[in-house]
Design a protein around this ligand. Structure first.
Ligand code: CO8
Length: 264
């Protein structure tokens, strides 16, 4: 892989997008690598949480940029057909981040602009360094967010705020992102990875199978009517009740001891 780095330790995969000369902008090669890498991660039993972050810039500053967008140099001469294909190429790994059985956390270490904000939004959770900057500058470039931004931003922060960000191209800082629900947490930049790993560890300490079923229930139910969504949840609840973890988790509570959860 030319533009991605994968490190797995303690059931946490840290996936770093690394294009130092372009502030980690997403080009076709990076999207392809991401797609392959996420498929491999999903098949691994030794990974329970994925943390996605950006590598240092060319001056080796680790807090300059998460992802500064899709690669403008690649897009400048796109025909309409090529642009559509590029959007669909991103949709695959973005849906993997959203729907894979492992929890995905974006550790936003600087600029999260355009496609960078969009890939962070495809993750389950966003933790922002205090210097992070979020924005959707596309309309200023004569395009629209094309990696799911018009859809995911409105779902996360509401239509009014999404429209304001997309129509004005105003960037927002980490605290504002937290205030409007775009970031789950803001931490000192030096504590970003430590915080993301601590959250990952806490999630891993729960029943991993239950967490992955809960993720599926939230994702699948979101666009359903409430009646069907609640029925779908009841079905998934039934499935979790057939697991070792349910028996162990509830017995441990009743016996006043710590549960020894496995991943099923
Ligand atoms: N694409 C390509 N190269 C980039 C990008 C990018 N998005 N962002 C930065 N770079 C490059 C710069 O060109 C520069 O390269 P070089 O050193 O060779 O000149 C290098 O990274 C460093 O950047 P700067 O010198 O500009 O660094 P500054 O600290 O001065 O500024 C900024 C940092 C503010 C982040 C600035 O680089 C910037 O504004 N970048 C562009 C941000 C942007 O507009 N992002 C949105 C892009 S459009 C998009 O994401 C659409 C997604 C959907 C596509 C759907 C298609 C179907």
């Amino acid at each position: 892989m030319n533009n991605l780095r994968l490190e797995v330790e303690n059931e946490i995969a840290v996936l770093t997008i690394s294009r130092p000369g372009a502030l980690n902008a997403l080009n076709s090669e990076t999207l392809d690598e991401l797609n392959v890498c996420l498929a491999e991660i999903e098949a691994r039993d030794d990974v329970k949480v994925v943390i996605l972050t950006g590598g240092p810039d060319k001056k080796d500053n680790p807090y300059k940029s998460f992802v500064a967008g899709a690669d403008i140099a690649e897009m400048v001469n796109f025909t309409a057909a090529e642009a559509r294909a590029f959007g669909m190429k991103a949709a695959e790994p973005f849906f993997k981040l959203m729907n894979m059985r492992q929890v995905t956390i974006a550790a936003v270490n600087g600029f999260a602009l355009g496609g960078g904000c969009e890939i962070a939004m495809a993750c389950d959770i966003r933790i922002a360094a205090d210097n992070a900057v979020f924005g959707q500058p596309e309309t200023g470039l004569g395009i629209i967010p094309g990696f799911g931004g018009t859809q995911r931003l409105a779902r996360l922060v509401g239509m009014g705020r999404a429209k304001e960000m997309i129509f004005t191209c105003d960037n927002i800082d980490a605290n504002e992102a937290y205030r409007i629900g775009l970031a789950n947490k803001v931490v000192a930049k030096e504590e970003l990875m430590e915080t993301a790993k601590a959250m990952a560890k806490k999630i891993i300490s729960k029943g991993s199978y239950a967490v992955s079923i809960a993720k599926a229930a939230i994702n699948n139910g979101y666009d359903m009517d409430i009646k069907n969504a609640v029925e779908m949840e009841a079905n998934l609840f039934g499935i979790t009740c057939s697991t070792h973890d349910k028996q162990e988790g509830m017995s441990a509570f009743l016996e006043r001891r710590a549960a020894e959860l496995t991943d099923f």
